[in-house]
Design a protein around this ligand. Structure first.
Ligand SMILES: NC(=O)c1ccc[n+]([C@@H]2O[C@H](COP(=O)([O-])OP(=O)(O)OC[C@H]3O[C@@H](n4cnc5c(N)ncnc54)[C@H](OP(=O)(O)O)[C@@H]3O)[C@@H](O)[C@H]2O)c1
Length: 270
């Protein structure tokens, strides 16, 4: 009976790790999942290093966040992560000295068979989704290892698990993102780091608009007849993982709309 009493008593205690005062680097914070994650981290009292190409968006976000979280510090870093020198420049500017790294920036460009697709699109996806992630992570974890603490969160995708036709290179980059973070988790166990992957299905962001080069009609048709996830749903999963006590590593969260079974099996209501 004493054991049950003890179990009930301790189960009622919140097991939440506070994030207040930690600093997070969020790539791709100008839109979608990255933006929503920055908002949630700010609400938790995290200081922020925000990275994207669209500086004006980051400035608008910082201004807005300051209204409700005046005590946090927000640094803005304008960078094109498809350029090979960007991670080094970000590191020199102090962006990589953080407690939390959210590897979020990424894109799919085009929806075409390999024979019809454009190698320039492949290069942009490989450089942004992969090369910059490898290099920025390398630079960031060096500092985390010295502190014997830190969290790396990768926004992967269900495309990291199941490839779909006309998305070969995007799927290949997300498979690689998953493999990279899996290995990173193994390598950093001994240093006290945590590595978490969040792998979404369809999320209604600018993702499809970018994929279809600004064609909003095509982009909207992706979500026709279903209720997709929104960026806040993904941010909530990220926060859930980060707020776990440090002895818990949530290796991967796969999150899809209720109407989506896999990349191509979607139950649409007409
Ligand atoms: N939406 C989905 O259905 C879905 C599903 C699974 C996984 N994901 C993944 O989720 C992540 C975020 O995508 P999202 O859905 O939030 O799309 P989004 O709304 O298009 O946001 C993408 C973000 O990445 C940034 N970005 C893209 N290229 C960049 C570059 N070269 N340099 C710096 N920043 C760059 C963009 O900022 P700037 O344009 O200002 O640079 C933007 O902030 C991506 O890795 C994507 O693969 C999305």
């Amino acid at each position: 009976m004493k054991l049950i009493e003890e179990l009930v008593r301790t189960a009622q205690q919140p097991r939440v790790r506070p994030l207040e005062g930690l600093r997070a680097l969020v790539t791709g914070a100008s839109s979608g999942i990255g933006l929503a994650t920055a908002v949630r981290l700010a609400q938790e009292g995290c200081h922020l290093n925000l990275v994207a190409r669209r500086r004006e968006r980051l400035e608008a976000l910082a201004k807005e966040l300051k209204k409700t979280a005046p005590d946090i510090s927000i640094e803005i870093f304008e960078a094109d992560l498809s350029h090979s020198d960007s991670p080094a420049n970000l590191d020199s500017a102090g962006a990589a000295d953080v407690d939390i790294l959210v590897n979020n920036a990424g894109l799919a460009k085009g929806l075409a068979s390999i024979s019809d697709s454009n190698p320039a699109d492949w290069a942009e996806m490989i450089d942004t989704n992969l090369r910059s992630v490898f290099e920025l992570t390398r630079r960031t974890i060096k500092k985390m290892i010295l502190k014997k603490s830190g969290d790396v969160v990768a926004i992967s995708s269900i495309a990291a698990h199941t490839s779909y036709n006309n998305g070969a290179v995007y799927c290949a980059t997300k498979h690689a993102v998953r493999a990279f973070h899996e290995a990173l988790r193994l390598e950093t166990l001994e240093h006290g780091l945590r590595v978490v992957m969040v792998s979404p299905g369809m999320v209604d962001t600018e993702f499809s608009l970018v994929r279809f080069s600004g064609d909003s009609r095509k982009a909207q048709s992706v979500y026709e007849g279903i209720r997709p996830l929104d960026a806040g749903d993904i941010a909530e999963s990220i926060l859930f993982a980060l707020r776990q006590p440090r002895h818990i590593n949530l290796d991967e969260i796969i999150i899809k709309p209720q109407q989506q079974g896999n990349p191509w099996n979607v139950c649409r209501t007409r």
